[in-house]
Design a protein around this ligand. Structure first.
Ligand SMILES: Nc1ncnc2c1ncn2[C@@H]1O[C@H](COP(=O)(O)OP(=O)(O)OP(=O)(O)O)[C@@H](O)[C@H]1O
Ligand SMILES: [Mg+2]
Length: 307
């Protein structure tokens, strides 16, 4: 099947600063792909290129098999976007915002009425039908933002940190909404700094650093690249002694932002870990199976690697 999006070897400079350095990524139709990476690594630049807000300096981008630079204005019809900054009009009502964007995308009056009603219902916005958008909470504004991005039935939905600015409950609501879109076959490329969000929503994850993808795969594939099944986070007076013991046991030792993490070859209970570290001064320990956060630290982080 034709990929919804195929980015091939894209380079991008801002002046003499290189931001994308051979970036490549495919998003198949119907899948949700997460793009993760540290601040400034180029995630939004990639999304802006896909939305034609920026042009790549070299490399090729195809949407539904067609080169982006040959699609002209038709590209706008294929992509729906939620950028990091809201595009909504705060003085208008939710439905007025939807109508505005529907008109911009060239929907006929009949299509507009039907689509706006459908999205107001699907995103449960009817209860705020007479509230100006500027008065809505951040979470509800973001729901409307998603609805606006879908107004013209795009083939690809692009979401730049869709839950970054909202509280925990609103985030969980947005997750359910995005899961609903995913389960009904919407193709989505999203960025996030929330590893748990990517783990929950995405079928595939691409991790980038310094303008290119450094690791890519399904969540289980990325977890399999961690040299351990479980991670123990240990607090101790004397890190050196614990590290040495862990290395003697054949465990892998990592340090990230001053936190010592021991990657264990199999799931061990707290008792077994304390027994194995017996004779060292442990003041606190927790253990859990590895998550996407551990894969991220392993594959993108720049900590000293031991073991
Ligand atoms: N229009 C621009 N002109 C000059 N430099 C830019 C421009 N847009 C982005 N940059 C720089 O390019 C780099 C990549 O920016 P980008 O916004 O793509 O990063 P990001 O991965 O989205 O970061 P964040 O996680 O903070 O959103 C940054 O160093 C940024 O300062
Ligand atoms: Mg960004």
């Amino acid at each position: 099947m034709t990929a919804a999006l195929h980015i091939d070897d894209v380079h991008k400079w801002f002046g003499d600063r290189q931001v994308l350095d051979g970036f490549s990524l495919r998003v198949e139709q119907g899948e949700v792909v997460g793009l993760l990476g540290p601040n400034g690594c180029g995630k939004s630049t990639v999304l802006n290129i896909v939305c034609k807000l920026l042009a790549p300096d070299t490399g090729q981008v195809r949407l539904m098999g067609e080169p982006l630079n040959e699609l002209g204005y038709r590209a706008r019809g294929l992509v729906g976007v939620c950028t990091q900054h809201s595009a909504l009009y705060p003085d208008l009502l939710p439905a007025e915002n939807l109508h505005f964007f529907a008109r911009l995308y060239g929907l006929t009056e009949m299509e507009r009425k039907q689509r706006v009603a459908e999205l107001m219902h699907r995103f449960e916005l009817e209860k705020f039908a007479s509230t100006r958008v500027g008065q809505l909470s951040g979470g509800w504004q973001q729901r409307l933002h998603l609805a606006v991005a879908l107004i013209h039935r795009p083939k690809l939905l692009v979401l730049d940190e869709p839950t970054a600015a909202v509280d925990l409950e609103a985030r969980m609501d947005l997750w359910r909404l995005i899961e609903g879109l995913r389960d009904s076959g919407t193709t989505i490329l999203l960025t996030s700094h929330h590893l748990a969000e990517a783990e929950r929503l995405c079928r595939r994850v691409a991790m980038m650093r310094s303008g290119k993808v450094v690791a890519e795969g399904s969540v289980p594939e990325l977890l399999a690249r961690i040299p351990g099944q479980a991670v123990a986070k240990v607090q101790a007076e004397d890190n050196e002694a614990i590290m040495q013991r862990a290395l003697d046991l054949g465990w892998t030792v990592r340090q990230h932002a001053g936190q010592m993490r021991l990657l264990l070859p199999q799931n061990l209970g707290l008792r077994e870990i304390l027994d194995a570290l017996d004779g060292t001064q442990v003041s606190g320990v927790s253990v859990q199976p590895v998550t996407l956060e551990d894969a991220y630290l392993e594959l993108v982080g720049d900590s000293p690697l031991l073991g």
